[in-house]
Design a binder for this molecule. Structure first.
Ligand code: GLN
Length: 448
């Protein structure tokens, strides 16, 4: 009830939620109130939470922020992460707004309404998990799930002053996550602090036979890593992450954070990730290529609202898709289809795959010597609604510090690390080795 009261108070302005599940949530909460099961057997007992709207929830509308799926009211199954949250006795409050099919960095691509930044509603909350970050920042839920393909958990977490983690690729099952770019997508938690984040990841992690890319590795107790001890930790700071384009106040907050780590007995050194400069181009080719294939299923027959204006079969597919998808989604489908088409495949898709390997190798090399990589999450704090919407390339460039992590597949967190002059938060990004979320959490927790 407290969650719904808060939503009633603030969601008119923040617009984080697309769908609420009030009746069911309240009846689940009542059941838990009356139940005799021990709370400690259920790590998220009674905790109100929100789910990004590209994660499938049984019998609860799942739109992916798209008009095309506005009537997808009755999905037949739960995503694995949702099943796991239910088993842990978390209470789902509702579904959270996002850029259409997770394509965007500001939530302005939601085809319903843009979510606003709770710190200042003239600013964007970031994207594509903008609703997930804003709902936590505004106190509407205690945690949320987002998805991160090129920064979509970390960037909105940074813009909204909350904690967001993208796990190692394969750590969390993608079964029931509507695919954007299957080789990059991961689901992760957004919370107010590091401990809550570790707790939620503990619940949603693990191998799943329904997702062949989920890794069969042990899930350690992340919360036990939160010792506060970072003595002897070796931190790498890539010079490319503090280069031109990163605003002076963001740089300063990162340098201040490094001083905190020094005072705690950690060491840091400047390093280079030389292929970072190709990351944005590589990502937008690969992600769009995968998206063009993944989005083929939305045809107005199996999924999506069917056009009423078509007179034959082919027109029905075409018209449903042109009426259903928004502009950014169409732009990506066209770019991806082009990069994959014969004659262009070698020059674009294949080349991008090769550069992806070089980017991954950059990380591997650094991690031979260092425990974590630290830099800013974004080059600047949140921008104004409308400021970049006309210019997709500027919008894409904003992802420069988060994208390399997805291309490599390593885990990374964003934790709040300061405020700009106009009072907007920015984030410190801590990147770890494959499946070493423990060190990422330990490092983040010591700074908090
Ligand atoms: N902003 C990036 C994009 O538009 C990242 C999106 C994401 O991580 N889902 O593709």
């Amino acid at each position: 009830n407290t969650s719904y009261q808060r939503i009633e108070e603030v969601d008119d302005q923040v617009q984080a939620f697309l769908t609420l599940d009030k009746e069911k949530a309240i009846s689940t909460a009542k059941e838990l109130d009356g139940s005799t099961v021990a709370e400690n057997e259920h790590p998220l007992f009674g905790i109100p939470s929100g789910i990004k709207d590209n994660i499938v929830t049984k019998a609860l509308r799942t739109t992916c922020g798209s008009q095309f799926l506005r009537n997808f009211d009755d999905p037949l199954y739960n995503a694995t992460v949702v099943e796991k949250l239910n088993d842990a006795k978390a209470v789902t409050i509702g579904k959270l707004n996002m850029d259409e099919f997770a394509m965007g960095s500001s939530n302005e691509n939601s085809s319903f309404t843009p979510t606003r930044n709770p710190w200042n509603t003239e600013y964007v909350p970031g994207g594509s998990s903008g609703g997930s970050a804003a709902a936590v920042a505004a106190g509407e839920v205690l945690f949320s799930l987002g998805s991160d393909t090129g920064g979509s958990i970390r960037q909105p977490a940074a813009f909204c002053g909350v904690v967001g983690l993208k796990p190692t690729y394969g750590r969390v099952s993608r079964f029931g996550l509507v695919a954007f770019a299957s080789s990059l997508d991961q689901i992760g938690p957004i919370t107010r602090n590091v401990e809550d984040n570790a707790r939620v990841l503990e619940v949603i992690s693990g191998h799943d036979k329904m997702d062949s890319t989920s890794a069969n590795v042990d899930v350690p107790a992340y919360t036990e890593a939160l010792t506060g001890d970072v003595k002897g930790l070796k931190i790498a700071v890539p010079k490319e992450y503090l280069a031109e384009g990163v605003s002076p106040d963001v740089k300063k907050s990162v340098m201040d954070a490094l001083k905190v780590y020094e005072s705690l007995g950690a060491e840091w050194e400047e390093v280079s990730l030389p292929h970072s400069k190709y990351a944005v181009a590589t990502y937008y080719l690969l992600a769009s290529s995968e998206a063009s294939a993944n989005l083929a299923r939305f045809d107005g027959v199996r999924y999506g609202v069917r056009s009423e204006n078509a007179e034959n079969m082919l027109d029905m597919f075409k018209m449903s898709r042109s009426e259903g998808f928004g502009e950014e989604v169409k732009r990506r489908i066209m770019l991806g289809t082009y990069a994959l088409s014969s004659g262009y495949y070698d020059a674009f898709y294949k080349k991008a795959q090769k550069v992806r390997t070089l980017i991954k190798n950059d990380f591997d090399k650094i991690f031979e010597e260092y425990d974590v990589i630290i830099g800013p999450t974004t080059p600047t704090p949140a921008f104004k609604i409308g400021e970049k919407v006309e210019d997709p390339l500027t919008m894409y460039a904003n992802d420069i510090l988060t994208i390399p992590v997805n291309l490599a597949g390593v885990p990374a967190i964003s934790v709040p690390c300061g405020l700009s002059e106009n009072g907007l938060p920015f984030g410190l990004q801590i990147i770890g080795k494959y499946f070493d979320e423990r060190t990422v959490y330990r490092t983040a927790h010591a700074f908090e």
